[in-house]
Each structure stands twice: as structure tokens, then as C-alpha cells.
Design a protein around this ligand. Structure first.
Ligand SMILES: [Zn+2]
Length: 80
């Protein structure tokens, strides 16, 4: 499977922090500044073969995280 495109800019990889992301959550996960940003991260993670099922708002850092489990507390965050 080849996902190469001709886009010039660098392609962010997992673990790299860009403008949409931040470290500092007590969970140790990368946080996303908004739900839209987290959904971009979700698509990117899926391209990398990770089984991300949903994004959710974190009560510790007030940012968003990706999860491979469907969170019971946020019924609206499941993404198709
Ligand atoms: Zn958090």
C-alpha cells in the first residue's frame, strides 16, 4: 500500500507535536486542542494502522485525546 502524495510539506508522524497538539496531560497522552484537531489525528492514526475508534474530551487537561475504546461517558464522540 502506497500513500505517497506530492505534497511538499513534511508529513507529521505520531509523537510529533504540531500546532494542534500539546504535551502536558497527566495521562501522558498527546492532547489535541480541539475536537476537529483530534479528528484529524484520528484519521492520521488510522492511516498508520492504529485502531482508533473515537476522540474524547479529557477532564484532566481539558484537551482532546484519541482512544481505541469507545468511551462510555461521551456518547457523541464516536466517529464512523
Ligand atoms: Zn488529557
Amino acid at each position: 500500500m502506497s500513500g505517497h502524495t506530492t505534497r511538499a510539506a513534511h508529513d507529521p508522524v505520531a509523537g510529533e507535536v504540531g500546532v494542534d497538539r500539546f504535551y502536558g496531560c497527566t495521562t501522558g497522552k498527546i492532547g489535541w486542542v480541539s475536537k476537529a484537531a483530534a479528528k484529524r489525528g484520528l484519521k492520521q492514526a488510522r492511516r498508520q494502522g492504529r485502531h482508533i475508534k473515537a476522540v474524547y474530551l479529557c477532564k484532566h487537561c481539558n484537551g482532546w485525546h484519541l482512544t481505541s475504546q469507545v468511551p462510555r461517558t461521551s456518547p457523541t464522540s464516536a466517529v464512523a
